[in-house]
Every structure is written in structure tokens, then in C-alpha cells.
Design a binder for this molecule. Structure first.
Ligand code: AMP
Length: 415
């Protein structure tokens, strides 16, 4: 089946056309046919990019003022007689939508009906910067492709298995009742994909594995996955909590922000920008939020770049120890995301110290640089396996869409 995957942000639409079915999910032989995106929607020169797999990249900069026009443009590229990968739009059998927040309402993906859409709208106040754009994308796609099923896949759903003692904050309980204040966690489709994939590569069931997944990109989060269930994750009520990230603080004594607001006379939106946009790797280094630039600067002797990288790695190590403790053991540690997949130096530093903590074995990462695409980077006799697995959130969205349509159940089989 040909599935269109859509990820709509405030001024962008990212999409992929993926061919998949139940058999190809089992054998990991489903494939992306083409990718297309539109950025800078609402500006005079939006950026359209389309790439059929194995074909030439097409770029254009037309004026695109709204999401519906952007999606229409992409649909016509997928079905274009020369560049396209389908004969007509009728070849698209379903659409999978990335929806950031499903609150406590969604613990798995759902076919979008008027009732489901209402429930997604009720989650808007939990993710006011994301859900409205996801919904706008759905409405546009539903008008352009009215005859096919549309499925919502939530970033938060995978973490709905957390026990209450992991998701509750030490605040008066009434605030949970009144405002749904709790840990939700994000990057759920990524954590789910890499934990599924590593079990598949090991030819074993996730029911037998205690896995820690580290999604290290511009946003970073980790998850403790015990016997296929997420039992804890580092992002919280919002994607600000947990690891230090490109421009976000991660964990911080909440009193610090109250103190800074008073001392620097900051308002709410300035404080919000400080925590989310001016901190993290960027704020500490004063150079960049990009790990490549920081590694380069650190190599040239910049001590602030070095400090930012050391803080980044140190926090990951602390979370590994926490999550290994809550699971009573660790079988597999997985790195993914732009930094996790490409920055062997950071992954090596974290993996080496983890294995040192548990045993004196050296990791194979010391010899292999950089890791191959999907790669076990630990030594055979180490205390746990360490893997690099490129994430593929779009594939999870396409697979859930197909499973829901064909079986009524989006949950993967027990691998
Ligand atoms: P993502 O959000 O997953 O696309 O990851 C983005 C981040 O990955 C960038 O900010 C970079 O810091 C990092 N990154 C991408 N490629 C590399 C690389 N080759 N080496 C180190 N870091 C990288």
C-alpha cells in the first residue's frame, strides 16, 4: 500500500510517500518512494524540495501562503508524469499524520473520525505551538484526499505506559486534576522504532529486553524501555525537561528561573525564550547549537565548546545510570538522532564510561570511527550491547496507518 506521511509545523510541511504492508513490516522491506517538503510557508519565496528515491532533487521557491496549497503542490509532485512515483493521486491509499500531543487520551494511534478530531483538539492547550498546525495539516489533507483513511500517530502515545510514580511531579496533586500537569514525554515514535528495530536485528523479542534509547538530535530525550513498555522518559510536561539540548536547558532547579526573572526583570515570554532558545549547547558554548561545530571548536582548543560537550555527555551518563537502576539491568543501549547517529565522539565518550562503570571492558567504539548506519558499537564481552540505529519516525507512522487499516490494531507484533 502507498501511504502518504505528513508532518505539519507552523511554517512547514514535511512528507514522505512510503510503500508498506503487513508482510514488508515483518521483513523490514518496506520502502520510501519519495520525500517532499515545503518550508517558509507564508513567505514570498517558500522553499519546495522534492526527491524521488534514486532520482534527481527538484527545488523551487514559489510563493506559498497556506498549508493546503503546500500539500497540494507536494501531491502533484508525487504524481508528476516525469518526476513522480505514482500514476495519479488515486494510488495513495491512506495518510498518516504526525500529531505531537495526545495527552492521556491516546496511548496508541487512531483513525481520525470527527470524535477523534475533537479529542485531538482538546489536547491543543497541552501543545499550543504544535497541535494546531498538525490539525491544520490534517484538515487540508482531508480536503485534498477525501476518499482515503487518515490516521493520527502521536509523539506522546508510546510513553503512556509509564507508571504514576514516574509521571507525577512532586506538586500538589490537585494541579494534575485541574491542569493535567504530569510527565508526558515526547519523541515516542522514535524511541518505539529504534527499540523495535534493535530487537529485530538481535532476532529476539522486546519482551525479553531492557533497553535504554537515547534520541540525541537538536531536541534530546532518553527512554527506559522494559519488556517493550516505556517506563520512564526524560522529557516531561513539555520537551524542555531532561537532557541538555541544542538550545534548551534540560533539567534545571526551578528556583533558578524564578531568581533570574526577578534579577533580570524578565517577563514570561522572555523567560520562555531563555529556557528554550538561548540555553543548552548554544548558551553554554556561546558558539553554536550544532554538535559538528562544537566538536570542531573543541578540537581547536575552545574550552567553552569542550565544557558544553562534557555537560551534554555527563547528563546522558547520569540518565543511563538512573534508568539501568529502575530497570534493575540493562541489555541494550541505543543511540539515534542527528548526534546519536553521527557523532561517534560523543557516543563513544558516553558508551565508554557506561561500560567502565559496569565492567572494565573497552568498547569497540574506540576502534570504529564513524559507526556504520545500523551498527553494534560495543565489544562482544561487554556488560551490555551498544547500538547505533538511525531513527525513522515516518516509517512508524506509515506502518501504524497500514496496521490500523488492515487489522484495526496499530500495535506492532511481538518482536
Ligand atoms: P536532528 O535534530 O536529529 O536532525 O539532529 C541535529 C543535530 O545533529 C545537529 O544540531 C548536529 O549537532 C547533529 N549532527 C548532525 N550531523 C552530525 C555529525 N556528522 N557529527 C556530529 N553531529 C552531527
Amino acid at each position: 500500500m502507498k501511504i502518504l506521511v505528513l508532518n505539519c509545523g507552523s511554517s512547514s510541511v514535511k512528507s514522505q510517500l512510503i510503500e508498506t504492508d503487513l508482510e514488508s513490516i515483518e521483513t523490514n522491506s518496506d520502502r520510501t518512494l519519495a520525500c517532499g517538503s515545503v518550508e517558509k510557508i507564508g513567505m514570498t519565496s517558500s522553499v519546495v524540495r522534492y526527491e524521488p528515491v534514486g532520482g534527481e532533487v527538484f527545488k523551487d521557491t514559489p510563493e506559498i501562503l497556506e498549508h493546503k496549497v503546500a500539500i497540494d503542490r507536494l501531491l502533484h509532485l508525487y504524481a508528476d508524469p516525469t518526476r513522480g512515483v505514482i500514476r495519479s493521486l488515486a494510488d495513495i491509499e491512506a495518510v498518516g499524520h504526525r500529531i505531537v500531543h495526545g495527552g492521556e487520551k491516546f496511548s496508541q494511534s487512531a483513525a481520525i473520525t470527527p470524535e477523534i478530531l475533537k479529542q485531538i483538539e482538546e489536547c491543543v492547550e497541552l501543545a499550543p505551538l504544535h497541535n494546531p498546525h498538525n490539525i491544520r495539516g490534517y484538515r487540508a489533507a482531508a480536503e485534498l484526499l477525501p476518499g482515503v483513511p487518515h490516521v493520527a500517530v502521536f509523539d506522546t502515545a508510546f510513553h503512556q505506559t509509564m507508571p504514576d510514580y514516574a509521571f507525577m511531579y512532586g506538586l500538589p496533586r490537585i494541579l494534575y486534576k485541574r491542569h493535567a500537569i504530569r510527565r508526558y514525554g515526547f519523541h515516542g515514535t522514535s524511541h518505539r522504532y529504534v527499540s523495535y528495530r534493535v530487537a529485530q536485528l538481535l532476532n529476539t523479542s522486546r519482551e525479553k529486553l531492557r533497553i535504554i534509547t537515547c534520541h540525541l538530535g537538536n531536541g534530546c530525550s532518553m527512554a527506559a524501555i522494559k519488556f517493550r513498555r516505556s517506563i520512564d522518559t526524560s522529557m516531561g510536561f513539555t520537551p524542555l525537561e531532561g537532557l541538555m539540548m541544542g538550545t534548551r536547558t534540560g533539567d534545571l532547579d526551578p528556583a533558578v528561573i524564578l531568581h533570574i526573572m526577578a534579577k533580570e526583570d524578565l517577563g514570561l515570554s522572555e523567560a520562555n525564550a531563555l529556557l528554550n532558545k538561548h540555553s543548552g549547547l548554544y548558551g553554554v558554548s556561546g558558539i553554536s547549537n550544532d554538535m559538528r561545530e562544537l566538536e570542531e571548536s573543541a578540537r581547536e582548543g575552545d574550552r567553552h565548546a569542550r565544557l558544553a560537550i562534557d555537560m551534554f555527555c555527563y547528563r546522558i551518563k547520569k540518565y543511563i545510570a538512573r534508568y539501568a537502576a529502575v530497570m534493575n539491568r540493562l541489555d541494550v543501549l541505543v543511540f539515534t538522532g542527528g548526534i546519536g547517529e553521527n557523532s561517534p565522539r560523543s557516543a563513544r565518550s558516553v558508551a565508554r564510561s557506561w561500560t567502565f562503570w559496569a565492567s572494565s571492558h573497552r568498547t569497540r567504539t574506540e576502534r570504529r570511527h564513524p559507526p556504520r548506519q545500523e551498527d553494534c558499537i560495543s565489544c562482544v564481552s561487554g556488560p551490555c550491547m551498544v547500538w547505533v540505529i538511525p531513527t525513522n519516525e515516518e516509517l512508524i507512522i506509515a506502518r501504524d496507518t497500514v496496521r490500523l487499516i488492515l487489522t484495526g490494531d496499530p500495535r506492532p507484533t511481538n518482536r
